[in-house]
Design a protein around this ligand. Structure first.
Ligand SMILES: C[S@@+](CC[C@H](N)C(=O)[O-])C[C@H]1O[C@@H](n2cnc3c(N)ncnc32)[C@H](O)[C@@H]1O
Length: 463
């Protein structure tokens, strides 16, 4: 009954709600602003012959949600499907695909202080309660902060005392936390690229009010100022790729700007999707509740295309960004990867391991890499393809079962090395033995294999 009322948004008889909430009662739920009496639009039951019993309708979406260790109830505004039309501009988003993506990719190390920027209904902040000793959550929307406060209070009442100190602050991006330091910053920011056109609704939940991808770019530039040494920032974003450039060129510019203007950060960007302007316009014109074919939808669609054309945008990338402030005085590292297929779920442990591996590689020389007895990770398999009856394979593919699900084409040397990488022999000894068997110069074998070894270590295929 509660699911029918709060998750499906269907009215229910007041008597049914009274028995489902015996302590709170209907009046209590009304006083909390969770329901209103009277079914409204959705409450008119078609074809009823007798007057309906007094009904109550939900004023918000309230649904169960959780992680491995917690069960929560999370309130947010009613979805577009329940409202049955365009959303209000200050709509507070419920838990969606982007929320769960960020939650999955978040590194869950125990941390002292964590920040959830653009908390909305507070879903990321709830996840942080499991591993942060103190949490700050910010939003530009007072309605969002009210929902977050409610959801945290609900979590605290269910797990009495299990919620760490929690502060909610109103303001734009990093303004409310200027001068503070965090070990972890997470954000599912309002990254949707939106034409700055007065005729278009500005949805606070997805549109930060900047032109193009300026909001994500400014987050990249500024987030280092609130990170402790060793601290990590993780967020989702869209980025525009103009004609004649690649998404890696765009990120190269952003990171150079970031290092010049702020504290230089390690950067690991994983592009998960790339759309053309028409696909992007289609997706986001629909998202606010305007139906394809309607006048409103056509106007929005056209405005998006004009906006992208004005900046010569050819592609729009989407992905997950992980930035790390080095804990020591060393050069920063950078990984700009593409992973459009399935990845581990949760992905946080692979990101955590990848950060540690990349940092280790940045701090160690090629000789150090050669002196380690690496082994193939247990989720790595090998595929050999060749003509039927052929003695040797023509293609050897090394496939990672977890993490980013990488597939690497291995040449003879790498395949030979992976075949003996069982944690017993150092890479140096193994490569020297391979050089001897193949009658090659050991220096040549090392020089050829080292970049590949570093790459496989970074992504956890060699551990
Ligand atoms: C996409 S929602 C994310 C909600 C939630 N954190 C999640 O993961 O589902 C983005 C949130 O950022 C807030 N926001 C919009 N503009 C902002 C700004 N300039 N500064 C801080 N927060 C902003 C919105 O009100 C909204 O709650």
């Amino acid at each position: 009954m509660l699911i029918r009322l709060f998750t499906l948004g269907r009215p229910v008889p007041a008597s049914a709600l009274a028995s489902a909430l015996p302590t709170l009662g209907v009046e209590g739920a009304v006083a909390l602003g969770l329901v209103r009496v009277g079914g409204g639009r959705a409450g008119v039951a078609a074809g009823r012959s007798t007057p309906p019993e007094r009904e109550v309708a939900a004023t918000c979406d309230l649904r169960p949600y959780g992680d491995d260790a917690h069960d929560w109830w999370v309130a947010s505004d009613l979805s577009e499907l329940v409202v049955g039309g365009p959303l209000r501009r200050d709509h507070v988003l419920g838990i969606g695909g982007a929320s769960t993506t960020l939650a999955s990719w978040t590194v869950r190390r125990p941390v002292e202080r964590a920040l959830d920027l653009g908390t909305g209904c507070g879903v990321q902040a709830l996840h942080l309660t499991g591993h942060a000793r103190a949490i700050v959550a910010t939003d530009i929307s007072e309605r969002a902060l009210a929902y977050a406060a409610f959801n945290v209070a609900l979590a605290a009442s269910e797990h009495s005392g299990a919620v760490p100190p929690f502060e909610l602050l109103a303001g734009d991006l990093l303004d409310p936390v200027a001068g503070q330091r965090f070990s972890l910053v997470v954000s599912n920011p309002p990254f949707v690229i939106t034409p700055r056109d007065e005729a278009l609704p500005l949805y606070e939940y997805r549109d930060g009010g900047r032109a193009g991808d300026a909001l994500v770019r400014s987050l990249v530039r500024q987030v280092g100022t609130v990170l402790e040494p060793g601290g990590i920032a993780q967020f989702l974003g869209n980025w525009e790729v103009p004609a004649g450039r690649t998404w890696r060129d765009v990120w190269g510019d952003w990171l150079e700007e970031q290092a010049r203007d702020g504290i230089a950060l390690d950067a690991w960007v994983v592009q998960r999707e790339s759309q053309d302007p028409a696909e992007y316009a289609e997706l986001w014109a629909r998202d606010g509740g305007a139906l394809p074919g309607s006048e409103a939808h056509s106007q929005m669609y056209a405005a998006w295309l004009r906006d992208f054309a004005s900046r010569d945008v050819e592609r729009v990338g989407f992905g997950v960004v992980t930035l790390q402030r080095p804990a020591t005085d060393r050069p920063t590292w950078r990984s700009l990867d593409e992973a459009h297929g399935p990845v581990s779920a949760p992905m946080g442990p692979a990101i955590d391991a990848g950060l540690r591996a990349r940092t280790w590689l940045a701090e160690h020389s090629d000789d150090d890499v050669l002196d380690v007895a690496w082994s193939c990770a247990p989720d790595v398999t090998e595929e050999r393809h060749g003509r039927p009856g052929a003695e040797d394979p023509s293609v050897i593919l090394v496939r990672q079962g977890g993490g980013l699900g990488r597939v690497v084409r291995a040449g003879t040397l790498l395949a030979a090395y992976l075949g003996v990488a069982d944690g017993e022999l150092t890479a140096r000894a193994a490569l020297d033995a391979i050089a001897e068997v193949l009658a090659l110069e050991p220096e040549q074998v090392r020089a050829e294999t080292l970049p590949q070894l570093r790459d496989l270590v970074a992504d956890g295929l060699l551990v």
